[in-house]
Structures are given as C-alpha cells and as structure tokens.
Design a protein around this ligand. Structure first.
Ligand code: RET
Length: 250
C-alpha cells in the first residue's frame, strides 16, 4: 500500500504555526489588559480564537488529532479482472475540532461589529457549525461513495448561508450604525469571505480529489489559518482601538 503523510516540510510548518498562534494569543491578551473590562469583548473572543488554534496545531505537530484514511482505488480494464491500489492518507481531524469552535467565534466578532440581531447571529453560527460538521463527515466518510461529495455539497450550501448573513444582513446593519463602521465592516468582512472561500477549494483539491500532497495541504491551510486568525485579529483589534463607533454594550 501507498502511505500519504506529512514529511519534514509539513511537520515544520505545523510547529511554526503553533508558535505563531501562541504569540498571537499572548499579544491579544496583553492588548486586552490595556482597555477597561467593559471594552474587552472583541479582545476576549479574538484571544480565544488563536488559543484554540494553538491547541489544535500542538496536537497536529505532535502527531495527534490525525488518523489514516483507507482509500481503495479501483482500476477496471476490459476483460481483465479488477485490480485495486490501497492508499492510506492522513486526515487531520483536529482541524475540524478547531474550526467548529473558532469559526463561530470569528463570526461573532463580525456580527458584533455589524450589530446583527440575536436571531441572525444564531442563524449564522448554526449554519457555520453545520458547514464544519458536514465537512468532517465528507473528510472521514468512505471513499468512492456518492455521500462524500454529498456531504461536501451540504457544507457548501451551509457556507452560502453564512456568506448571506455577512454580506447582506451584516452590511445592512453596519450601514445603519455609521459610515465609518460600514466601510470597516465592508473591508474586513470582504477579506474574510475571500480567505474563507479558499478553504473549500483547498479541501476539494487535497482531501476531495487527492491532487495535493499532505505537505502541500498543511502549508496551504497554514497560510489561510494565519490570515484568518492572527492577521484578522490584529486588524480588528487595532481598528477597534481607534474607532469608538465600534464599541458595543455587552
Ligand atoms: C470545508 C469542506 C466542506 C465545504 C466547505 C468547507 C469550508 C470551510 C471553511 C473553513 C474556515 C476555516 C477558518 C479557520 C480559521 O482559521 C469544511 C473545508 C464550505 C470556510 C476560517
């Protein structure tokens, strides 16, 4: 059988991102101590996001949170009995544990910024959790079955619901707050949609059709995770510090 797993570059990348997430968590926590408790909600949410990511990267870097998935590739030839290739590929399920906690928190950051209502926040968060869990079913479900891409399709529909809440409801609410908040929300939510949309694309190439090595998959997600969490967090917290209109009474 053929084994597809992380080599030197992939393992190094996992450790590098672990260190980045720890540093980001420390920086965000330190930033929160500089503002009164009543203004710390974005700081707390954002610090939790990078803390969960650090834990997940620690698991992956030490070889936990991963299992081998058996893939049987069938070759059929005319008049010749079928032959099979057995592939075992690493699936880092720790990512889905991370994403199921951190993507709702990222959405909460954006929802509070826009001033979404409780009902809309809940809808967006539930659609997001459905997206991650059905993505996990797609990743772990048996190969070569129609269900695999069926779960993927359900996850994509849930993702469209998330985008709908950000792009339509979020924008409208932010516009009702103030011009400054509206243009900041437009920029950071637009950044989020671009970065997040790359995840299902990487998934489709790596997990879905296995056209990407495990190392390349780790590196692709590493770049996206650093953009979606530490870079997003720095941008949000620094802008919040100089834009009193983004304050929330919660
Ligand atoms: C999956 C596969 C199934 C289809 C879709 C997906 C979307 C994943 C997303 C992940 C975002 C992750 C973030 C992590 C933070 O660092 C589950 C890959 C639509 C959007 C932002």
């Amino acid at each position: 059988p053929e084994y597809q797993h992380a080599h030197h570059d992939g393992k190094t990348t996992l450790w590098v991102v672990f260190v980045i997430m720890v540093i980001a968590s420390a920086v965000f926590a330190a930033m929160s101590w500089r503002v009164p408790v009543s203004k710390r909600l974005y700081h707390v949410i954002t610090t939790l996001i990078t803390t969960f990511a650090a834990i997940s990267y620690f698991a992956m870097a030490t070889g936990h949170g991963v299992s081998y998935k058996h893939i049987r590739v069938r070759h059929s030839h005319n008049h010749v009995p079928d032959t099979y290739d057995d592939i075992y590929r690493q699936v880092f399920w720790a990512r889905y544990v991370d994403w199921s906690l951190t993507t709702p928190l990222l959405l909460l950051d954006l929802s509070l910024l826009a001033g979404l209502s409780g009902a809309h926040i809940l809808m967006a968060v539930v659609a997001d959790i459905i997206m991650i869990l059905t993505g996990l079913f797609a990743a772990l479900g048996s190969e070569g079955t129609p269900q695999k891409w069926g779960w993927y399709a359900i996850a994509c529909i849930a993702y469209l619901v998330v985008i709908w809440h950000l792009a339509i409801n979020g924008r409208a609410q932010a516009a009702a707050k103030s011009q400054k908040v509206a243009s900041f929300f437009f920029a950071i939510a637009g950044f989020t949609i671009v970065v997040w949309t790359a995840y299902p694309i990487v998934w489709g190439i790596a997990d879905g059709s296995r056209k990407m090595s495990v190392d390349a998959e780790i590196i692709a997600y590493a770049v996206l995770d650093v953009l979606a969490k530490p870079i997003f967090g720095l941008w949000l917290l620094f802008t919040h510090a100089k834009m009193p209109e983004t304050n929330i009474d919660l």
